[in-house]
Design a protein around this ligand. Structure first.
Ligand code: OAD
Length: 235
């Protein structure tokens, strides 16, 4: 009985969407091998060259629109529906594949490609397929439109809620992330302090692999459905 009330908190990264055709960041042919972080993923880069930054995210938005969820995304959606306790999904990904795979209330800590944000007044609205620096904010009419993406040097979203969830976690799983970007890379320690069982599911051991109690290595589309199957078998 008690087991069924266990709370599962899951952190995902680019590796879960790799088999849907979306590139990761730090793999050999990843996005950061082709683009400079400081040019396309910082407020300073955006101030210097908003056209370049919009072009980068417009391309990623188009690529995401063509992508479909894979077996890892749908397995997490199924886990959320079938597990008798709470299943919280936190993602560093800006694509919508978790939602398309049936997951709900996903915490997009690094923002989302679907969102536009006014840098002048903080108004948010749905992003058009192609954004440009000349687009006016529908609320304040200033041409300060940016993608609603969290850049390096900015505070990730939902941090208070995330730390509350981690403090209550019975199981913490990290899926498809290299563990190189904070604060997400330290979530495993938070969960461990809360007494959670910690498990890493990744193609290879991440930078923080030694912090996890359990490791499952392989492609997300294979190891995630196996893992959720094992968890559900205990429900
Ligand atoms: P990374 O590119 O840093 O790491 C992706 C991880 O996924 C690596 O450890 C890969 O080994 C693993 N991987 C690749 N293919 C996989 C597969 N098929 N199945 C399972 N694992 C696979 O991406 P993130 O850790 O998500 O932030 O990067 C974190 C943040 O850094 C991103 O949100 C982004 C980036 O800079 C911002 O842009 C602010």
């Amino acid at each position: 009985m008690e087991k069924s009330a266990e709370k599962i908190v899951i952190l995902t990264g680019a590796g879960i969407s790799a088999e849907s055709g979306l590139g990761t960041f730090r793999d050999e042919d990843g996005l950061w091998a082709k683009h400079r972080i400081e040019d396309v993923a910082t407020p300073e880069g955006f101030a210097r060259d908003p056209d370049l930054v919009h072009a980068f995210y417009n391309a990623r938005r188009a690529q995401s629109a063509d992508a479909s969820p894979n077996a890892a995304h749908t397995a997490l959606g199924e886990l959320q529906r079938s597990w008798p306790g709470e299943v919280v999904i936190i993602t560093q990904n800006v694509d919508g594949l978790h939602e398309q795979g049936g997951a709900e209330a996903v915490l997009h800590m690094h923002g989302t490609l679907d969102g536009a944000l006014c840098a002048a007044c903080d108004h948010r609205w749905p992003a058009p397929a192609s954004m440009s620096p000349t687009e006016l904010c529908p609320a304040c009419a200033q041409p300060r439109t940016r993608p609603d993406i969290v850049w390096f040097g900015e505070m990730p979203y939902f941090m208070e809620a995330i730390y509350d969830h981690l403090a209550e976690a019975d199981i913490f799983a990290s899926i498809g992330t290299s563990g190189q970007v904070y604060p997400a890379a330290a979530f495993v320690q938070e969960a461990q302090m809360a007494g959670a069982h910690t498990v890493e599911l990744n193609l290879e051991p991440s930078a923080g692999a030694s912090s996890f109690a359990e490791s499952r290595l392989g492609r997300a589309s294979e190891i995630v459905p196996h893992w959720t199957g094992d968890i559900l078998a205990r429900a």
